[in-house]
Design a binder for this molecule. Structure first.
Ligand SMILES: *Cc1c(COP(=O)(O)O)cnc(C)c1O
Length: 376
């Protein structure tokens, strides 16, 4: 089965009772048992057929053994972190999503789980960061907002050698372009709120694991702590995923045109996009992923200029989040990364005049004209 076909025919078979082409929404909390202990479904926190539909679909798309759906990306990440215990150490990519940074530094520390952040695009730094107690490496590739790239396969080899789990947040590139499990990762997490849902109408998270034992553990945690995705939202997520292929293809083509425009613009400084020939790890990304994605960051001379651009755009909506049909624009230093002290931000390369865009599905000519009038 090829990629677009898998988005539509992957996962569970269509409804066996009446042949509905869309999975039925089982808006039920409990299920009648045929006899004590004789049932298919028992209680909807433990399992619900509509949630099952999205869970089997994502397991299929990420080439894993089992999938799990949660009420948000953060709930999915938190459930994965429940695999670890006091004394364990986790190593993370240094510019991980802000919410992940907050969870790791403000919640995990309460349980005496230690974390460190390294530039995971530099594998020597990762090697240096691994300790006796290290149980997992958690990466994002590409990262946000600087689109840094980590070599998943090489890192998976290091993880195997050191006997630690490799966890990849695949939100930015999506299973349509990149499958970390195929490259040796053990666990994939998603904020399905972004490209997978794709329409700015849903908050959801997903976990996929590469083996049955991890699957049993995550299911135990999911059922025990209960942050599950509701039946309605599970249905909406399946609906969003069906069109992921055509959305990602169109976003790819729009993004490449916008990047070409930005690179040539006299008022634009640096452009961050993994598809640019001057991106230091372009080849690594091209080897492990089928597309460069719809996220681009670029700098203008100052924060004032950036604020001016944000004020003037008409089709790019000023909003957090990404990966939707509509194009979005944001100022990381004042929005997603505001909680990071300015000095640390500058160290990471997040300048005051750094603008991040998430390219959507509008006509690309309109998007370029919009940026053009805003940059004037
Ligand atoms: C948004 C996001 C998350 C968190 O997901 P929510 O659905 O907002 O809880 C995690 N990782 C990345 C890369 C994200 O962009």
């Amino acid at each position: 089965m090829r990629k677009k076909t898998r988005l539509i025919h992957g996962g569970a078979d269509i409804d066996k009772n009446v042949g509905a082409m869309s999975p039925p929404i089982y808006q039920a909390s409990t299920f009648k048992q045929n006899g004590v202990g004789n049932f298919t479904y028992e209680y909807a926190r433990t399992g619900n057929p509509t949630r099952d539909a999205v869970e089997t679909l994502i397991a299929d798309l990420e080439k894993g053994k089992r999938g799990f759906a949660f009420a948000s990306g953060m709930a999915a990440i938190a459930a994965v972190m429940d695999l670890f215990q006091a004394g364990d150490h986790i190593l993370l990519t240094d510019d991980v999503y802000g919410g992940t940074f907050r969870y790791m530094t403000k919640i995990l520390n309460r349980r005496n789980i230690d974390v460190d952040f390294v530039d995971s695009s530099d594998l020597d730094k990762v090697r240096e960061g691994i300790r006796e107690e290290t149980k997992a490496i958690f990466i994002e590739t590409p990262t946000n907002p600087l689109l840094k790239i980590t070599d998943i396969k090489e890192l998976a080899n290091i993880a195997k050698e050191k006997n630690v789990l490799l966890i990849a947040d695949n939100t930015f590139n999506t299973p349509y372009w990149q499958n970390p499990i195929d490259l040796g990762a053990n666990i994939v997490v998603h904020s399905a709120t972004k490209y997978l849902g794709g329409h700015s109408d849903l908050v959801a998270g997903l976990v996929v694991v590469d083996d049955e034992k991890l699957g049993e553990e995550i299911h135990f945690i999911q059922n025990a702590s209960g942050g599950v995705l509701a039946p309605n939202d599970s249905w909406l997520l399946v609906r969003g995923i069906r069109t992921l292929g055509i959305r990602m293809e169109e976003i790819e083509s729009n993004t490449q045109k916008i990047v070409e425009y930005l690179v040539d613009h006299p008022k634009v400084g640096k452009v961050y996009y993994p598809g640019l020939p001057e991106h230091p790890n372009r080849d690594i990304h091209a080897k492990q992923s089928g597309g460069f994605g719809g996220m681009v960051s670029f700098t203008v001379e100052s924060e004032e200029k950036a604020l001016d651009v944000l004020n003037k755009v008409r089709y790019f909506s000023l909003a957090e989040s990404l990966g939707a049909v509509e194009s979005l624009i944001s100022l990381p230093a004042k929005m997603t990364h505001a909680s990071i002290p300015r000095e640390r931000r500058l160290e990471l390369g997040i300048e005051d005049g750094l603008i991040r865009i998430s390219v959507g599905l509008e006509d690309v000519e309109d998007l370029i004209e919009d940026l053009d009038q805003a940059l004037q």
